[in-house]
Design a protein around this ligand. Structure first.
Ligand code: GLN
Length: 191
């Protein structure tokens, strides 16, 4: 199994380290030719969604990645990556891949709670540590998208077919559960 990690901006190294720990091969996607490599899954990291969105277009990566997602490639977006995948962002007119039926709210925790840690249940996996950095949350999921985790009544993770999103950064903790969850999504698709 091989996973591509979008590496134009943001926290991509941490995802690579996490996959290394799990014995999963990965490579960085920096330019158009990287998209031609064989991959079983794709990670869109945290960072700044507006910057990543612009770079995706400038580097001609937007269309090929959009096609891969729409053709069913398993994709995992964390934080800004969640915003890149959301069909709607309630407080921002920009949309990017618009592939997962969720309504996200950008920088949703305001200034005081800009960054914080929490522990919460993640699907049937159990309680896991969650790190939030100027994070979005998910106001609602629709069209059979599934909420996987909530904190104080706000959805912070969701799944829809081949797509997984978290408002938090599992790659900044020691806990590998969410990456394993994504790897299972890839395995289940291929089986
Ligand atoms: N605030 C960033 C954005 O709007 C996301 C922050 C992050 O990825 N840690 O894109």
């Amino acid at each position: 199994m091989k996973i591509g990690i979008l590496a134009v901006q943001g926290a991509f190294i941490e995802h690579k380290n996490m996959l290394n720990r799990l014995g999963i091969e990965s490579f960085e996607i920096r330019q158009k030719q990287d998209i031609n490599r064989e991959m079983d899954g794709l990670i869109l990291p945290g960072g700044e969604s507006t910057t990543m969105g612009k770079l995706l277009h400038d580097l001609d990566l937007y269309e090929p990645i959009s096609n891969l997602i729409n053709s069913g490639l398993p994709v995992f977006g964390t934080c800004a990556g969640l915003l890149l995948l959301a069909k709607k962002i309630s407080n921002d007119e920009r949309i990017y891949f618009a592939s997962i039926p969720i309504i996200a709210r950008r920088n949703a925790y305001g200034r005081q709670l800009g960054s914080f840690n929490a522990n919460a249940q993640f699907d049937s996996v159990g309680e896991i540590p969650m790190v939030f950095i100027r994070a979005p949350y998910i106001e609602s999921v629709y069209d059979n998208a599934e909420a996987l985790a909530q904190i104080d009544g706000k959805i912070v993770a969701a799944k829809y077919n081949n797509q997984l999103v978290t408002a938090f950064h599992p790659e900044l903790t020691d806990n590998t559960a969410v990456h394993e969850y994504f790897i299972d999504m890839i395995k289940n698709k291929n089986s």
